[in-house]
Design a protein around this ligand. Sequence first.
Ligand SMILES: [Fe+2]
Ligand SMILES: [Fe+2]
Length: 370
Amino acid sequence: MSSATTSQAAAEKGSKASTKKGIKETLLTPRFYTTDFDEMEMLFNTEINKNLNNSELRVLQEFKKDYNQTHFVRNKEFKEVADKLQGPLREIFVEFLERSCTAEFSGFLLYKELGRRLKKTNPVVAEIFSLMSRDEARHAGFLNKGLSDFNLALDLGFLTKARKYTFFKPKFIFYATYLSEKIGYWRYITIYRHLKANPEFQCYPIFKYFENWCQDENRHGDFFSALMKAQPQFLNDWKAKLWARFFCLSVYVTMYLNDCQRTAFYEGIGLDTKEFDMHVIIETNRTTARIFPAVLDVENPEFKRKLDRMVEINQKLLAVGETDDIPLVKNLKRIPLVAALVSEILAAYLMKPVESGSVDLAEFEPQLGY
Ligand SMILES: [Fe+2]
Ligand SMILES: [Fe+2]
C-alpha cells in the first residue's frame, strides 16, 4: 500500500517536473549547420570586398532598434490551453513546438558563431549576426517555454553537443538561410492572417505572436539578401542559377513532404495543408525571384502535380518502415520507391525555370519597410 502511494507520488512528481528530451531524427528533421568560417572571414573583409559598405550599417541600425524586445511575454492562457489539449491533438502540438524550437535554435547557433568569428574582420556584420542570434534565441526560448506547459523541455545544451551538423560552404549557407528565413516569414504570416480572419480556429495562444515574430524572420532574410548583393559572384553566373533552383526545390519539397505527414496539425487550425503549403511556396518563390538569378516555375500546375506524386511515394516509403519485415526486405522494398522519388524530384528540377533576379550594385539600397 505504502509503496503504491510512494510510486504514485513519484509519478505525479515526475509528471509535474519538466522532462528534458532530445528529438527523433529523420531525414526531414530541421538541421543544424556549420560552415567554413575562414572563407566567411575572407568574404567579409572590407579590404578585399569593396562592395561591403554602409548598407550594412543601415541594417545594423534596424536590428539595434530591437522592435520585439517586449513582444515575447507569456500569459496564463498558455498553460490553461495546454492542460485542455488532450489525445492526438496534444501530441501534434508538442511535435510542432519541438520542431519549431529546433529550427529556431539552429539559426541561433549558426548566427552566434558567425557573430563571434567575424568580430575582427568585420565588426558591423558580426554585430548584425549577434543581434540575429538574439532574435532566434528569443524565438527558441519562447517555444521551449511553450513545451514546459506540456511538462516537457528540449535539452538545448545536449542538442548543441550531440547533434550532427551539416556542413555548407558560405555560398550555400547564404542560399539556404535566405530561403529558410523567407519561407519562415511566409509560414508565420499566413497562419497569423488565417487565424485573424477565422478566430474560431485560434486554439493555441502562440499564433497570436506570429505577426511581430515573422517580421524578425523577414529582417533576417533581408540581411542575407543584402549580403548576397554584396557578393555578386554568388548570383550572376550559370552555376548560381543551377544552385538557386536546387536550393529552392530542396526547401519546398522538404516542407511539402513534412507538412503532408502532419495534416492533422494544419486541419486542427482550419487550414488545408496542401493549399497552405502552395500559398507559402508561391509567395516565397516570388520574394526569392527578386534576388536569385533563377527560380522554379512553381505556379505551373505541373509543379504541384509533381509534389503530390512525391507525397504519394513518400507515404509508401513510410509504410514500408511500419511493416514487420526484416531490415533487408524493407531496404529491398525501398529501392524502387526511392528511385521513383528521385526521378520525380529530378523532373521537377528540370522543369523550365523562370529567369529572375535584379542584381544592381550601383542602385542597391536595403529595402526595410516594416
Ligand atoms: Fe526565428
Ligand atoms: Fe530568423
